[in-house]
Design a protein around this ligand. Structure first.
Ligand SMILES: [Zn+2]
Ligand SMILES: [Zn+2]
Length: 351
């Protein structure tokens, strides 16, 4: 089979497609014929040489996998050949307390797919049956690769962690990115007026089409962060000086002062992404006297991926894919993701 290998990380990484044997599933494992695999910022960071910790040398990257079950190992009871599946982000054991509680993505013995074990930038991948979610047979397999990350990740943040209620206002930063475009849609579906913040003027009308009530072009992102504009005054003005009930943040420290300043009394800030990795300055009184909650959220569960699959098939939300690129052109995908210009996700197809 053909698989993508990172030969040399860097600003212009060397990526090579090589022919290797198709792996065989062991007990409890499934061979998946990959249809598509989303290109996450996580993959970009590994390729750029920024993220190294826990990355197995020579690993096949890609954790946003969709495909069909090609064959099953002994003891596989939950999936059959031909089933359409998507991967969770973690290779899970199925036995530990967390797996038993439906939190396979937080398996105590879990390994990161496309990180510490081979992922989906290939024609086939072997995963445990507990790491896979069967999706509806009428689901589009290319769209389905983003059901876990970023769609399930965004849904977990908006619905389970922020506990967004109908009629509450939600602000989404990085609204034009893979997490943002889906967070906006989940907010709208839950009945919230959504304020979308984007750095790209070209994404404004697209975000309005997704149902955002207001789109703020409030950030001019530059390398030295000198032109970051404070959007909190605008957020307050749009909410009759109340502030937003929920701030769903996919950008992190660079926007933190503005995001915090936008929050209402009893507001919840959910942190889903950190782009620059810088520390933030924080006056704790700003949290105390707002009765605010600032919480992190990562990954997504089987239950949420199934919910995403249902929501997509019923037309409640739309997977936003900007480009579908063949494995051989992975360098083009790297450049696109690095530019932060795509609206939604760039995905790779193995064939
Ligand atoms: Zn991802
Ligand atoms: Zn487990």
């Amino acid at each position: 089979m053909r698989a993508l290998f990172l030969e040399n990380p860097g600003i212009a990484p060397s990526l090579k497609v090589k022919e290797i044997p198709i792996p065989s599933p062991s007990t409890g494992e499934v061979l998946v014929r990959v249809a598509a695999c989303g290109f996450c910022h996580h993959d970009r960071l590994v390729m750029a040489g920024v993220l190294k910790r826990g990355v197995k040398p020579g690993v096949i990257l890609g954790h946003e996998i969709s495909g069909e079950v090609a064959s099953i190992g002994e003891g596989v009871s939950q999936l059959s050949v031909g089933d359409k599946v998507v991967s969770l982000l973690t290779y899970s054991c199925g036995q530990c307390d967390r797996c038993q509680q439906g939190r396979e993505h937080r398996c105590r013995y879990g390994e990161g797919i496309g990180h510490s074990r081979n992922g989906g930038f290939a024609e086939y991948v072997v995963l445990s049956q507990h790491s896979l979610v069967r999706i509806r047979s009428d689901a589009d397999l290319v769209e389905a690769c983003i059901f876990s990350c970023p769609m399930g990740v965004a849904l977990q943040g908006v619905q389970d962690v922020a506990n967004l209620q109908k009629g509450e206002t939600m602000l989404v930063t990085g609204a034009g990115g893979g997490l943002g475009v889906h967070a906006v849609q989940f907010g709208v579906t839950l009945g919230a007026p959504v304020i979308a913040v984007t750095s790209s003027p070209g994404k404004v009308s697209r975000l309005e089409e997704l149902g955002a009530s207001y789109v703020l072009e409030a950030l001019v992102a530059t390398q030295d962060q000198s032109d970051v504009l404070d959007f909190s005054e605008l957020a307050l003005a749009l909410t009759e000086d109340e502030g937003v009930n929920v701030a769903l943040d996919t950008v992190g420290s660079i926007l933190f002062p503005s995001t915090l300043g936008s929050m209402a009394q009893y507001g919840r800030m959910v942190l889903l992404g950190e782009v620059t990795g810088q520390p933030v300055e924080l006056n704790l009184a700003e949290i105390i006297f707002r009765d605010a909650r600032i919480v992190g959220s990562s990954g997504t569960s089987r239950r949420l991926v199934e919910q995403v699959s249902e929501m997509v098939c019923s037309g409640a939300v739309r997977p936003i894919i900007s480009h579908v690129i063949p494995l051989a052109d992975a360098t083009v995908a790297f450049e696109l993701v690095s530019s932060r210009n795509p609206f939604g996700r760039v995905v790779i197809t193995a064939r």
